[in-house]
Design a binder for this molecule. Structure first.
Ligand SMILES: C[S@@+](CC[C@H](N)C(=O)[O-])C[C@H]1O[C@@H](n2cnc3c(N)ncnc32)[C@H](O)[C@@H]1O
Length: 442
């Protein structure tokens, strides 16, 4: 049969090539080519939309927003421009306008799954948890075979403390993709959360049989069979966070009312009102500490094991450099007296034992510098370090952490109780934030 697909017009081809350059990070040639195209087709709304991508890739959120507005002005009612602008506005906390645009886009393109995904993201970014859930459920009804939307809903349901509901969605995906790792892990985690140890062991065995050499599979296999690994292996951290980053981790965090990085940025700016300091952000993730801090007159160095999380963080253009290494290695290998501040938010829950962490943080700090980190709280009647069965995260006892800081040599240790570190299973998860100061030079 002859191929009857129409040839794309030259403008479409040129725009595709420019998008390729942007994706490859070749921003200078992309900008030149875009200028030329813009002269040829000044009223084509696709041109400013590619300009928006270019500005986004350059970390210029204001420029990207302007470009998306231009596209929408040229093509009012165009759902692609509506949803792109909505996403940008939601990221800038302009939730009302963002939600309105998302609703318009959904009404205009009810059969476009990308618009649905965009709208779900807009709701997440805009911190509308109920609408996020409602749109994710609607998305699964309208696009039952879209694994991305269904996986997102499953994760959201787990986060909302509804593992049984999540399980049904994971099972649906499993029936179509029986070897999909994240789905198998999801099924395993739902079984563990609902206390179905037999099923958990079965899913763990399945994962293990598929990937016997895989550290991830080994770790979950050990847990599902009642053992307690000492720490999470790097492969497990990367496995979890590479998946999250690719699928709206940042947004999920926001949906779960996670405000620790914002609080940490506030403390840093109280300590350094002139914004002159160098910061080492351990387990920087998607770069929320940097985002809340904004630009400083020093360097922010991000350390994280997950490449995908670092990619997200790099988009903000606030961090000077990233190192994709284990925080334990970074702590060991960084020279002494190098930073005015070190942050580590929601990371030590994966690291566990703090004995290699606290003394090295002290060593790396300059005199008078601060180590600011968050922990999930173990009760004072529990062990100093506890591995939580349901979440597989470590909780620390505040009094033990304070003692460790003082014994290492920090002279001022402030512990701020956080009754709701964030939500877990719809419930506040108690934690605490530590601000420990290295003594000033004698
Ligand atoms: C929950 S996120 C928190 C990210 C960020 N600090 C924040 O508060 O938004 C945890 C991050 O720590 C990273 N991480 C966990 N254990 C790590 C380790 N041992 N070494 C390096 N990064 C680690 C993960 O890859 C993930 O990006």
């Amino acid at each position: 049969m002859p191929d009857t697909t129409p040839m794309p017009d030259p403008l479409t081809i040129a725009l595709q090539q420019i998008r390729g350059l942007i994706e490859a990070g070749q921003l200078q040639p992309a900008a030149q080519a875009l200028n030329a195209v813009q002269k040829q087709a000044p009223t084509d709304a696709r041109v400013p939309l590619v300009g928006m991508r270019l500005a986004q890739r350059a970390g210029n959120l204001a420029g990207a927003t302007q470009a998306a507005r231009r596209a929408l002005a040229l093509a009012p009612g165009w759902h692609v421009a509506q949803i792109e602008l909505a996403l940008l506005l939601a990221q800038q906390k302009q939730g009302d306008e963002a939600m309105q645009l998302a609703m318009q886009a959904l009404a205009g393109a009810p059969k476009d799954s990308q618009v649905m995904v965009g709208a779900i993201n807009v709701a997440l970014f805009s911190e509308r948890p109920e609408q996020t859930l409602a749109w994710a459920e609607d998305g699964v009804r309208r696009f039952p075979e879209d694994a991305g939307i269904r996986l997102f809903l499953a994760r959201l349901l787990v986060a909302l403390g509804r593992p049984r509901d999540a399980q049904a969605h994971y099972e649906y995906i499993h029936s179509r993709a029986p070897e999909h790792d994240e789905t198998l892990r999801g099924l395993l985690s739902c079984a563990m959360k609902t206390g179905d140890h037999e099923k958990a062991a079965q899913w763990a065995d399945r994962l293990f049989a598929l990937r016997p050499g895989d550290a991830n599979a080994q770790y979950w296999h050990a847990i599902a069979h009642g053992q307690t690994p000492e720490t999470q292996p790097p492969e497990v951290v990367t496995g979890i966070f590479d998946d999250y980053a690719a699928n709206f981790d940042l947004h999920l965090v926001r949906g779960l009312q996670y405000h620790v990085p914002e609080r940490v940025a506030q403390i840093l700016l109280e300590k350094h009102p002139n914004r002159k300091f160098n910061l080492l952000d351990l387990g920087c993730g998607t770069g929320l500490v940097g985002v809340y801090l904004g630009r400083i007159e020093g360097h922010i160095i991000g350390v994280d094991l997950s490449e995908k999380m670092i990619e997200q963080a790099a988009r903000h253009g606030i961090y000077s450099r990233f190192h994709r290494v284990n925080v334990l290695d970074a702590l060991r290998e960084t020279p002494s007296e190098h930073y005015e501040a070190i942050t580590c938010t929601d990371v030590l829950v994966y690291v566990g034992d703090l004995s290699p962490v606290i003394p090295n943080a002290l060593r790396i700090l300059k005199p008078g510098g601060h180590f600011i980190f968050s922990c999930e709280a173990a009760g004072e009647d529990e062990a100093d370090l506890v591995l939580r069965e349901k979440s597989n995260r470590y909780a620390h006892k505040a009094s033990a952490v304070e003692r460790q800081c003082r014994e290492a040599g920090f002279d001022e240790v402030v512990i701020e109780d956080l009754p709701a570190l964030r939500l877990e299973g719809g419930q506040p998860l108690p934690g605490f934030l530590v601000t420990a100061r290295k003594p000033l030079a004698a």
